[in-house]
Design a protein around this ligand. Structure first.
Ligand SMILES: Cc1ncc(C[n+]2csc(CCOP(=O)(O)OP(=O)(O)O)c2C)c(N)n1
Ligand SMILES: [Mg+2]
Length: 803
């Protein structure tokens, strides 16, 4: 079903006719899928449907210009494009709608995403890269409008890096940077900041990005007059047009129903982007929504009669059909025959998809019924269990929820009995859950051999005359080693280039490795993140700098929605091993002392969150992460760059383990758990506590996600029987998570003689200045008194009350 990429100029009329006919067939197939898809939702076979009807024809043109190695970063209207590049067939389309959990049947997400969210596979079964230049690629869609934009920037930038940086192994990823990243976005979604941020950044970076706006004048019910100044996105972006000697964009505007103009425009756009690495905007207007926005609601409610009539007349499919008749490509009768055949094909594909969806469920249902019936035979609750079995049996097309409800409820009836069939029932439920749960939960983190937790620890080595240096020098020299060792690594961010980051951890690196590998960016955190995601998806090893942890909030949405879900939403078929470097915790004032770790932990499951207490530990994390294939955030201590640390001799080689704690002081009376900048204060306080006879054990968590994979903290609690978590996030923030891990997950409650407690910052943001810090964050005195208080409670005669 592949759409050919020949242009109309170099082929005979017969060839041309065949190509156009093939295109039309793809478009009709796609339209039929939309029409039938809607019906599947309305009859209850699928839960929700959002389709690409009304956007078929421009997508044919885009597919013709799209080459192997190219990437799409688009949204839910692009089914025609996916069909035209051979990445989606009828049966797969319906498998997506039904939520089939088998990746071979539903290759977009194995049923995790709603239909209309597309992806191709970048990874082999073992998590290694496929050859991406031998296939057409689509990065996995997400639902938040414009959320596909930041990643698009990085996908395009990768081509620039592959073309202009020498020495990178590009074999699977690029042919001289000739690949285009194609973005698609709805007209209304261009109102999002992410769109404008991406447009500006791509203009600055001059990367081969073709941005396509599918303009149907609406965003659900909201008309363009509420969305876009002058109701015209290409009009207001005119200032981006490149001029003689001044970089910018090539901007095209074309009607979405005009097949020949579309084909011509897309060929021209591709040439500019591919050859010159100049970004392109194609504003495709006069598009329609034949069935309205989605299966929720109808557009008759908000579109005028005139508009609805216009949409019928200008439906891109009927316009294309009309043009084909006028140009003797087919007759009306021939068109009718084609359409009739395709209708049949789509109906058959739909039926096959449903049959394939139902088949494993029927099998599971039959197994469950057999186990239930066996359990009923000797049970005193026979009638009740049989009822459950019969109810389950009466469901013609069962789902897994129904199967588990019946079996789990039956278990309650036999719980007091002792029989083989009861054991069989228990075993069946347990093994069924073990088999099925991964279909919904696997691949949140990498499951490949390269997962970060598999990378072996290498301790820092020191020569006998190792010097104590400003810690930022360890960071700098380690980055130097990294850039030499990994030609595909690169770092970028605000002030990361010319001055070598605000804390000089990259001093001199740009001079040594060039402006493309060590670069300054604009102030635009979300698209800095996007650059990283996109480049990581194309085999590079980007390190994206967010200048301060406080400003990660601008990028948090894209980290949470895109990066953190990528492996999960593709069921392990795409990855972006991006490293995010930032610095935070204590410095000065509300926006330079943030430690919003609870927020990060909760929003970023799927990304490792690492909180080193010093620069040697931080550098070791970078060394570990570059050996692995997972995304991570490393939060360096903002007040640690000028502290002295010993310079290791094995730079680029020593590795801090991920998910492993470190006991920095042994003790017997109480376990103090902390991380990052606060850990240093805890260490100091432990010495003061020793002076009053309290022997505290101090543990550095180091890695919040994953958390203490060896359960070492509970071993300490087992010894001390007391636990205090010290954290500079808000009350109930990261500390609550840490407490849950230790007390509940590690069963720490069993060993506690005192109430487990947390000591945190105040609820408000940290105030400015030294006193602001003292009255906002946990101080040494706070820690001392809290620990003392816990010891007083345990042994009042030895530790008389302080207050
Ligand atoms: C951030 C966010 N806000 C709201 C929504 C709900 N939503 C889904 S599609 C849509 C309208 C998008 O319109 P447009 O970009 O013009 O695309 P179209 O559907 O018209 O092709 C909205 C508001 C969403 N998915 N994400
Ligand atoms: Mg729209």
């Amino acid at each position: 079903m592949n759409s050919s990429s020949k242009t109309t100029k170099d082929i005979t009329f017969e060839d041309f006719k065949t190509e156009v006919l093939n295109d039309y067939k793809i478009a009709v197939t796609s339209r039929e899928c939309s029409l039938l898809g809607r019906r599947e939702v309305l009859t209850g076979k699928a839960k929700f449907g959002i389709f690409g009807d009304g956007k078929e024809v421009p997508q044919l043109a885009m597919a013709k210009a799209f080459k192997n190695g190219d990437f799409r970063s688009g949204y839910y209207r692009d089914q025609t494009f996916m069909m035209a590049i051979g990445a989606l067939n009828i049966q797969q389309f319906f498998a997506g709608l039904y939520g089939h959990t088998d990746i071979t049947e539903e290759p977009m997400s194995a049923g995790r995403q709603m239909g209309g969210h597309f992806a191709t596979h970048s990874l082999n079964e073992d998590g290694s890269w496929k050859n991406l230049i031998q296939q057409k690629n689509s990065s996995a869609d997400i639902s938040p409008t414009a959320g596909q934009m930041p990643r698009l920037l990085g996908l395009a930038q990768a081509s620039k890096i592959y073309r202009e940086v020498k020495g990178i192994d590009s074999e699977k990823f690029s042919v001289n940077g000739n690949e285009i990243a194609w973005g698609t976005i709805g007209n209304a979604s261009t109102s999002e900041g992410l769109f404008f941020e991406t447009i500006n950044a791509a203009g600055v970076l001059q990367v081969p990005m073709v941005m396509n706006v599918w303009d149907d004048e609406y965003g659900i019910s909201v008309h363009a007059k509420h969305q876009t100044t002058k109701e015209n996105i290409s009009e207001i972006l005119k200032g981006f047009q490149r001029e003689e000697g001044v970089n910018g964009y090539e901007i095209f505007r074309v009607k979405g129903w005009d097949y020949p103009s579309l084909v011509d425009t897309y060929q021209r756009a591709a040439t500019v982007a591919r050859k010159e690495h100049c970004p392109v905007l194609i504003h495709v207007n006069e598009l329609t929504q034949p069935q309205g926005h989605s299966t929720s609601g109808s557009h008759e409610r908000y579109k005028s009669k005139d508009r609805l009539a216009w949409e019928v007349e200008f439906d891109c499919m009927s316009k294309m059909r009309q043009w084909m008749i006028e140009n003797n490509i087919f007759t009306d009768e021939e068109a009718n025959a084609i359409e009739k055949d395709i209708k049949k094909l789509v109906r058959k594909g739909k039926q096959d998809a449903w049959a394939a969806f139902v088949k494993p469920l029927k099998k599971e249902q039959a197994e469950a019924i057999a186990v239930l019936k066996a359990a009923a035979i000797n049970s005193s609750n026979k009638a009740f269990i049989e009822k459950l079995a019969n109810e389950l049996e009466s469901i013609k097309e069962p789902i897994r929820k129904e199967i588990l409800i019946a079996t789990r409820k039956a278990l309650r009836y036999v719980t007091a009995e002792n029989s083989v069939s009861k054991t069989d029932l228990i075993n069946w439920i347990t093994s069924y859950k073990a088999k099925i749960q991964p279909k919904y939960s696997a691949n949140l983190y990498s499951e490949s051999a390269l997962q970060a937790a598999n990378v072996n620890t290498v301790t820092p080595e020191y020569t006998t005359d190792a010097k104590l240096v400003d810690a930022r020098l360890i960071m700098r020299d380690n980055f130097d080693a990294i850039f030499t060792k990994y030609p595909e690594s690169l770092i970028f961010g605000e002030d990361a280039g010319h001055i070598g980051d605000v804390n000089q951890g990259l001093e001199g690196m740009q001079e040594k490795y060039g402006e493309l590998r060590v670069s300054d960016t604009g102030i635009r955190e979300a698209t800095i993140l996007g650059q990283g995601i996109g480049m990581a998806m194309r085999g590079l090893r980007p390190i994206a700098e967010i200048q301060y942890l406080d400003y990660i909030l601008y990028a948090l949405q894209i980290m949470s929605d895109d990066l953190a879900t990528l492996q999960y939403r593709t069921n392990g078929k795409q990855k972006a091993p991006l490293i995010i470097r930032t610095r935070g915790h204590r410095l000065e004032g509300i926006w330079h002392s943030g430690s919003q770790m609870g927020g990060l932990i909760h929003l970023l499951r799927g990304i490792h969150i690492l909180v080193p207490r010093n620069m040697t530990k931080a550098a070791g994390f970078y060394n570990t992460l570059l050996e692995g294939d997972e995304p991570a955030v490393v939060v360096e201590c903002l007040n640690g760059y000028r502290l002295k640390e010993k310079m290791p001799s094995n730079l680029g080689e020593f590795k801090t383990p991920i998910g492993v704690t470190e006991t920095v002081k042994e003790g017997t009376d109480i376990t103090l758990v902390s991380y990052g900048s606060t850990l240093r204060i805890v260490e100091e306080t432990a010495k003061e506590l020793a002076q009053v006879g309290i022997d505290a054990e101090v543990i550095d968590i180091q890695s919040l996600l994953p958390f203490d994979i060896n359960h070492d903290i509970v071993k300490s609690v087992q010894k001390t029987n007391r636990l205090l978590v010290i954290d500079e996030d808000v009350p109930g923030g990261a500390s609550a998570y840490i407490l849950q891990e230790i007390v509940e997950k590690q069963d720490g409650y069993r060993f506690l003689d005192s109430k487990p407690q947390t000591l945190t910052a105040k609820e408000h943001r940290p105030a400015y200045g030294t006193d602001g810090d003292y009255f906002s964050k946990p101080s040494a005195e706070d820690i001392f008194e809290k620990v003392y208080d816990m010891m007083h409670e345990a042994n009042p005669s030895k530790f008389p009350s302080l207050f």
